[in-house]
Design a protein around this ligand. Structure first.
Ligand SMILES: *Cc1c(COP(=O)(O)O)cnc(C)c1O
Length: 416
């Protein structure tokens, strides 16, 4: 058995401090932190100059692929604290028959990660850091995939995990959370209602709040999507990235990655335009983007088949909107009907079964091309964030009677 040598390498972390995403106040590293004093997400800062002196692209290229290849850009100080389930490099899959011009249309297929979603990147990092900081009991609200990843990594690390999901969370998610050793409850509300329960229980139940962006390290895990993408493209970036946006960790993380790479000179001037994709039934970021505001209002009666992006209010709203605007990108919403149609089209024509959230990015790309927000010669990357197999699929009910002697002949006649 070949163990990932990234996990056994002794390495030093280059974290210098943490910083409030809103007012830039500084917080010491190596201590347990939730939100900043301003009630906003904390961002991990590194001594980028030291990274740039210690690491070359060539050194990196000699390491095994996967999340821990980028360890200098990550917060874990001691390799013994790494909790890993084999976080692979996810493939870039072109969709040649769906392209409309000279630009490539590429899916970064995150479904290949442990627990079948990119939540593994964030929770792998957050749980490793929980272990490093001596946290033993954690809780989170989830629409499904984050809870599943937390359950898996927490069990592996020996942490106790408590998970709260909306009642209509996909059944498979609720069961995989339970199967992977977490305590899970269904809640008669949405993810923000689940979040309230987690907040309320902090003192009395003695757990640490692992909600999206309420602890600083999930962003760092999700940041590896940006590091890995740039690495896979030979330290270049695509023209546009379409990202299905719920809490926004991935979009914020990737933008942070690109900025860090730019600072050390591994990327040039050009960064991708970041597009936040939401569903028409839950589009608080799109609304705020269009209104020109820095914060988003709670979206009432949120609904969409794309459970992972059904997030009516995001504590990192301004970080999403800042990144989208700085990048020259935009925010766009698509209907559930367009999502279903996109899912079927990509599966039928390219053999790639996306999750509904991933399908939303394809629908958004089509919409953006038609609106002239993206040009056919631009290379676009769509994020497929989870396995399509984790969601209910359309029924397939054709039946054949094995005792009917004419059945195959009838089938053959129909195929003529
Ligand atoms: C969580 C999730 C999202 C949203 O990710 P954020 O980074 O929190 O915005 C999108 N798609 C799927 C499948 C998810 O599980």
């Amino acid at each position: 058995m070949q163990l990932d040598e990234n996990l056994t390498a002794t390495h030093q972390s280059f974290v210098s401090h943490l910083e409030c995403g809103l007012d830039r106040d500084s917080y010491p590293a190596d201590q347990i932190h939730g939100l900043s004093k301003a009630g906003r997400p904390l961002l991990v800062r590194y001594d980028l100059e030291a990274i740039s002196a210690a690491l070359t692209k060539e050194m990196l290229a000699r390491r095994p692929a996967g999340l821990w290849r980028y360890r200098e850009f990550l917060p874990v100080r001691s390799p013994q604290n790494i909790v890993s389930l084999g976080e692979c490099e996810t493939p870039l899959i072109r969709l040649p028959t769906l392209e409309r011009g000279a630009g490539q249309l590429i899916v970064k297929d995150e479904s290949r990660l442990p627990t079948g979603s990119f939540k593994a990147r964030g929770l792998c990092m957050a749980v490793s850091m929980a272990r490093e900081l001596g946290i033993t009991r954690v809780a989170m609200p989830t629409n499904g995939n984050a809870g599943a990843a937390l359950a898996a990594y927490a069990s592996r690390a020996g942490l106790e995990a408590f998970v709260f999901c909306p009642e209509d969370t996909p059944e498979i998610n609720v069961r995989e959370i339970a199967a992977q050793g977490a305590k899970v409850w269904r809640v008669n509300g949405l993810i923000n209602d689940c979040g309230r329960i987690v907040g309320e229980g902090k003192e009395s139940c003695g757990w640490f709040d692992f909600s999206t962006l309420k602890e600083p390290y999930r962003i760092e895990g999700k940041k590896t999507m940006g590091l890995e993408l740039a690495d896979q493209l030979g330290w270049t970036v695509p023209d546009v990235i379409f990202y299905p946006t719920g809490g926004g960790t991935g979009l914020i993380g990737m933008w942070k990655a690109f900025r860090e790479l730019q600072t050390i000179g591994w990327l040039g001037e050009k960064l991708p335009r970041m597009v936040a994709v939401q569903a028409e039934g839950c589009a608080p970021i799109v609304k705020a983007f269009e209104a020109g505001t820095r914060h988003a209002e709670l979206w009432p009666n949120a609904h969409t088949i794309a459970a992972g992006i059904r997030v009516p209010v995001a504590v990192g709203d301004f970080l999403i909107l800042d990144a989208v605007r700085e990048s020259g990108g935009f925010a766009v919403s698509v209907s559930d009907e367009a999502i279903s149609h996109a899912l079927a089209e990509v599966a039928n024509r390219e053999g790639l079964l996306l999750c509904p959230e991933g399908a939303a990015t394809y629908a958004a790309w089509q919409q953006a091309l038609e609106a002239g927000q993206v040009r056919p010669e631009e290379t676009c990357v769509l994020f497929n964030c989870a396995s399509g197999l984790k969601y209910a699929l359309p029924p397939a009910n054709a039946h054949i009677d094995c005792n009917d002697p004419t059945a195959v002949a009838e089938l053959a006649a129909r195929l003529k």
